[in-house]
Design a protein around this ligand. Structure first.
Ligand code: LLP
Length: 417
């Protein structure tokens, strides 16, 4: 089956993650449950690291994709830094053993407390997204008596050619600062000893499959770097953000080598500049599956519904973006495929994982696996409809362990008085 990754394959008729049958995991931890392959994440990291080995670089894992401590720990061991977007993510990075000096802090709405935390931890940089934010960073740094390392998040006004909800590099998006504004901010910083410009950052969107948007963004970044160099502002690095796309259905993302070649050629006249990348999805999406059990089947005049025990609160992407996730039976069957709507128990029409998807008509109790759920899956899960969030399981070296227990009813009401 072409939708399967090397880490997820049928052993005989049983779907397995790195050789561990999902049926066994489901039996032990129940359903729904997220299962990740450590091996797949390690391989992704290694591939990216190798592709950009032509230059001094740092891979700052975008933790929002999957902030599990165990997964961050695994990436920390491989030398990853982190891209964080809240004080909570920053603390997770530290907890997972990621060196805070390898952490960049993005996001349009950092609070004074979050800024202070990042400065105390000596973050690699705060990626500043507005004039007023730079003022706040300078103020907090002044109060703490430290120099704040920062980059401006440049909004290069390029179209990433991706879903409108996950494009970030155009002027009508809330992210970053345009070229002139950025130039002005770097100018101000030159006269302010509380802040130090160390780089330029840009993140133009997510699930990018073409090299062109990166080419365009990079060229704007380097034009800015040149203007800064001319007035004596020397930078340590440029940060290309994340966004590297994967195949959910039939997308054909650019090979890493193509992207690396483009970067290499544009950076050739900048020998001293270090390179930062902030991948999220690329590292973890393919490593994860959401296992779910078929509860009921029902037919209306127009539609066959398969009601499963996972729902939009567990995996929001289909409901929120109409995103496509492959779904496969955990035990392969020979029965013919029929178009079905795969829906969850949540009381919303949008609680639908797939519409008119050809699937073997299941029996009650069958297990299905929703694939490519390792990024923006659990991290976007909620407890809507008072549904406790599912457990997370990490498969590594032929065995597995629960890295996050299933939530309980007590967890749901813990903070209520
Ligand atoms: N850096 C910054 C500043 C970001 O905002 C993001 C993602 C990344 C890096 C990582 O992007 P990635 O490599 O994962 O594409 N929930 C959406 C994706 C939102 C991405 C937001 N920013 C989804 O499920 O498709």
């Amino acid at each position: 089956m072409s939708t399967l990754e090397p880490c997820i394959e049928y052993r005989g008729d049983r779907l397995a993650v790195d050789g561990v049958p999902l049926e066994r995991i489901a039996k032990d931890v129940g359903t729904p449950a997220y299962v990740y392959s450590a091996e797949e994440i390690q391989q992704r990291f290694a591939a990216l690291d190798a592709a950009f080995s032509f230059r001094d670089h740092l891979i700052c894992y975008a933790m929002k994709a999957n902030p599990s401590l165990s997964i961050c720990r695994l990436l920390a061991k491989l030398g990853a830094g982190a891209d964080v977007v809240s004080g909570g993510e920053f603390r997770r990075a530290v907890e997972a053993g990621i060196d805070p000096r390898k952490v960049v802090f993005s996001g349009v709405g950092k609070t004074d407390d979050e800024i202070a935390y990042a400065l105390r931890k000596r973050a690699l940089a705060l990626n500043v997204e507005s004039q007023e934010e730079l003022d706040a960073v300078a103020r907090v740094a002044g109060r703490l008596g430290v120099t704040a390392r920062f980059t401006v998040r440049l909004n290069p006004n390029v179209d990433a050619g991706t879903h409108r909800h996950i494009t970030t590099g155009r002027h009508d998006n809330k992210f970053g600062i345009d070229f002139r504004g950025a130039l002005e901010l770097y100018g101000r910083a030159q006269k302010d000893r509380r802040v130090k410009a160390v780089g330029i950052q840009s993140h133009i969107g997510s699930q990018i499959t073409q090299v062109k948007p990166y080419r365009e963004a990079l060229s704007v970044i380097l034009t800015l770097a040149e203007r800064l160099a001319r007035r004596g502002q020397k930078l340590e690095y440029i940060d290309m953000g994340g966004g590297i796309g994967i195949t959910y259905r039939d997308e054909v993302p650019m090979p890493l080598e193509t992207l690396a070649k483009e970067v290499r050629s544009q950076l050739s006249v900048w020998p001293g500049l270090k390179l930062l990348l902030e991948p999220g999805r690329f590292l973890t999406a393919d490593s994860g599956v959401l296992i779910t059990r078929v509860l009921y089947r029902k037919r209306t005049e127009s539609t066959r519904f398969v009601i499963v025990d996972a729902a939009m609160n567990d995996l929001l992407r289909p409901a929120l973006y109409e995103a496509y996730h492959p779904i496969v039976p955990v035990r392969r069957t020979r029965s013919a495929a029929v178009p079905v709507d795969v829906v969850g128990p949540v009381c919303e029409t949008s609680d639908c994982f797939a519409k008119a998807r050809p699937m073997p008509w299941p029996s009650q109790g069958d297990l299905w696996a929703v694939l490519k759920a390792g990024a923006y899956g659990f991290s976007m899960a909620s407890t809507y409809n008072s549904r406790p969030r599912p457990p997370e399981v990490l498969v590594s070296g032929g065995s597995y362990r629960v890295i996050r227990a299933r939530e309980t009813f007590e967890d749901l009401v813990r903070h209520e008085r």
